[in-house]
Design a protein around this ligand. Structure first.
Ligand SMILES: C[S@@+](CC[C@H](N)C(=O)[O-])C[C@H]1O[C@@H](n2cnc3c(N)ncnc32)[C@H](O)[C@@H]1O
Length: 180
């Protein structure tokens, strides 16, 4: 993968410092990056909380985290299928289907700015930032209020994510986040 990235960097005439490492133990000082991007990686990393905590550590205050991954769907029927397949996929591919990186992002002290789900809630795109001393204190509610749910294959117009539970990203039993 690094070789592919090297070729791509050369094609774009960019000078890029490419390194191989364990995302759970980054070899960079605190607050050394403006932006961290992780695509389709947290599903494979053994300890996603440790990896997100490392991402938060190396971000400077005000720095941005950009994530795209496949995650546990909030839709119960879809999640039930994921629950069935997860043990097999973990064993064969090391690929976890029931991850909830947005919870790990909040636990790492980052503030979610935008969260969108597509493909029956399985694909999650998220941007967050590391708070600065100027940020208001976290309310604990409504971090996902700006999130949108888009329909399968974008065939439906975006639907706003209603504030239906204390944690709108993880509704309690009987509550649905899929509100028009
Ligand atoms: C499904 S692939 C995605 C690759 C790439 N990010 C992409 O978007 O195409 C999952 C990747 O996670 C990487 N990975 C798994 N555990 C890791 C760890 N502890 N630290 C860093 N990368 C890890 C694997 O090496 C693999 O390249």
């Amino acid at each position: 993968m690094l070789a592919q990235a090297q070729v791509r960097a050369q094609t774009l005439h960019r000078s890029v410092d490419l390194r191989l490492g364990d995302a759970q133990h980054l070899s960079f000082p605190d607050a050394s990056f403006d932006t961290v991007v992780a695509t389709l990686t947290l599903c494979s990393i053994p300890n996603e909380e440790a990896a997100v905590a490392e991402m938060a550590r190396v971000l400077r205050p005000g720095g941005r985290l950009v994530l795209l991954d496949h995650v546990a769907s909030p839709a119960r029927p879809v999640r039930a299928v994921q629950r069935l397949l997860d043990p097999l996929l973990v064993r064969v591919e090391g690929d976890h289907l029931l991850r909830e990186p947005d919870a790990a992002v909040r636990a790492a002290g980052l503030v979610i700015d935008e969260l969108t789900r597509s493909k029956w809630g399985i694909v999650l795109r998220l941007t967050a930032h590391k708070p600065t001393p100027r940020d208001p204190p976290p309310s604990g509610r409504g971090q996902c209020l700006t999130g949108r749910l888009t329909g399968p294959e974008h065939s439906e117009p975006p639907r706003r994510l209603a504030h239906v539970s204390p944690d709108p990203c993880h509704p309690s039993k009987g509550e649905s986040p899929w509100v028009s």
